[in-house]
Design a protein around this ligand. Sequence first.
Ligand code: ZN
Length: 181
Amino acid sequence: MKFCSTCGATVEFRIPPGDSLPRHVCGSCGDIHYQNPKIVVGALPEWEDRILLCRRAIEPRLGKWTLPAGFMENAESTAQGAVRETLEEACARIEVGDIYTLIDVPHINQVHIIYRARLLDLDFRPGEESLEVALFQEADIPWNEIAFRTIAMTMRHYFDDRRSGRWSFHTGIVTPDMPLP
Ligand SMILES: [Zn+2]
């Protein structure tokens, strides 16, 4: 950040009095512009023994497969965000179930939250940000072509839990050197 979004003056990057971390502080109006992690919300839509994946039409990871997910918007709940992202990316309608994974990605200042969901019908097609949308059985998941580690971790938990019949909420953390699970 170079300029204050309140008054347009130049900002300085320094530790404000009483704080412990450097912030963008306006030298003119005094506003402190805090920057905090972004939340990514998404869904794992199930249809019988298959799950819905989207192939990305945009960077990053163009051409790779992912669950429908994206940045949470202001004024919506995480579950509403999961429904919206699924509609935008897969033109698919879901009923959101339990929150399933919450994975921290501190090196890029993000938290990823994925819900289990039930696909309501088979009337889906690629949205603007997808090249292709398809249902996959576990044996057909393109594990080496998954866009994000948080998504691969979520799907690994899903198939493990489904096998064991014991469903639980999973948390985790992704570090920059981690390979795809
Ligand atoms: Zn200012």
